[in-house]
Write a protein that binds this ligand. Structure first.
Ligand code: B12
Length: 322
């Protein structure tokens, strides 16, 4: 699902961080705050950009209600330690507003999305899983908790700054893997780094993922593996994905609880990530090393490659494969 980034006017942004509208417009025009202009020439700023600017310049969000985020701030920076327990409680009781408040407060206090996932969301679900296994939580509570988190992740997607085309990242989960949260978070983490990251969803055959890589030619592809139905088949099919990535020069990043050491040894990929922080580090490093691609060049590159392939003599093709 795609959601558009929420943009606000300089007036709203100025009120939210307690500065004058004229200063804010000056910072926009001077390039300190990224903005876009409407067809009528009016400045618009992404909420996430305002938050980034405030955090980096020692300002604070004095009127978050300007962003209609329905949040209340309460000394969030010091609360990361126990927030996974508070989040687990909110999810188990079905309190969407409490869950949203916990995560948005932490986000507004400048905690990265990778931290939110590694230190709050994943431990909260571990807590829920533990409570379920000792009989103190029900399946419906766990499922409802997943739904709530997915809604909040969609909301966070709206407040991070808009991404620019040129650094495409794609990802998803394989056939039979129904875990939605890891891939949704991977998408957000990469978007927060400026990647045009697009989550393809869960339970997708590897051949389809390979087709998407071939058609769209991303710089990075993440594969989320939380459940593997048939390991032998997975290893066989995975090679198609690796080949698709190397054909277009994409880095293949894998992660997820089902990728044990034995399985990983049988796969070829660019990086394995235990956590979202690892993904963030890898992606940051990749964007430093490789330039943005011109999105219009994709079709040209593909046509050139197809042409090269078509004129290659069969014998030469066989030798290369050996
Ligand atoms: C929610 C949940 C489900 C939901 C998911 C719903 C949804 N809409 O997403 C559903 C109902 C589908 C489900 C089903 C099953 N589940 Co379940 N589930 C969970 C639960 C409670 C949370 C998992 C989760 O999403 N966590 C949030 C993510 C973000 O955290 P994480 O997985 O720990 O990921 C971390 C890292 O691994 C890494 N990471 C993960 N993926 C990726 C990907 C990339 C690219 C990167 C970089 C990093 C990365 O980042 C995270 C840290 O920040 C866990 C309990 C637990 N202990 O976690 C059980 C749990 C994982 N499930 C379990 C089981 C057994 C199952 C089933 C097999 C049950 C069954 N018999 O049907 C099925 C399998 C379903 C399938 N075919 O996919 C067991 C697994 C036991 C094991 N040893 O493997 C657990 C541990 C519960 C338990 N205590 O027994 N489950």
């Amino acid at each position: 699902m795609t959601t558009t980034t929420t943009l606000v006017s300089p007036k709203q942004a100025a009120r939210a961080i307690g500065v004058s509208e004229s200063s804010l417009k000056r910072w926009c025009d001077g390039g300190l705050l990224q903005m876009t202009r409407t067809a009528g020439g009016h400045r618009k700023i992404a909420i996430g950009e305002v938050i980034r600017f405030a955090n980096q310049n020692g300002a604070s969000l004095v009127a978050p209600e300007e962003f209609s985020l329905s949040i209340t701030r309460e000394n969030p920076a010091s609360r990361i330690a126990d927030s996974h327990l508070r989040l687990a409680e909110a999810l188990l009781t079905g309190s969407e507003s409490a869950a949203r408040q916990i995560l948005l407060d932490l986000f507004l206090a400048n905690h990265s999305l990778s931290t939110l996932c590694d230190d709050v969301i994943a431990p909260a679900f571990r807590e829920i899983g533990d409570r379920w296994s000792c009989g103190s939580a029900n399946v419906y509570q766990e499922r409802r908790g997943c739904e709530i988190i997915l809604w909040i992740l969609h909301e966070l997607r709206r407040v991070i700054p808009p991404v620019e085309p040129g650094r495409l990242a794609l990802g998803g989960a394989i056939s039979g893997d129904l875990y939605e949260i890891p891939s949704a978070v991977a998408e957000l983490v990469l978007r927060s780094l400026g990647y045009d990251a697009q989550n393809l969803g869960t339970s997708i055959p590897l051949s389809e993922l390979a087709r998407a890589i071939h058609d769209l030619q991303p710089q990075l592809f993440w594969l989320s593996v939380s459940h593997v139905c048939d390991e032998t088949r997975f290893v066989e099919d995975f090679s198609e994905l690796s080949s698709a990535c190397s054909a277009v020069g994409a880095s293949l990043v894998v992660g997820g609880r089902a990728l044990n050491e034995d399985l990983r040894r049988r796969l070829t990929y660019s990086a394995y990530c235990d956590t979202m922080k690892h993904l963030e580090n890898f992606a940051e490093d990749l964007s430093r090393r490789s330039p943005k691609r011109n999105p219009n060049a994709r079709g040209r590159r593909a046509r050139r490659r197809n042409l090269r392939h078509a004129i290659q003599p069969n014998a030469l093709r066989r030798n290369r494969a050996n």
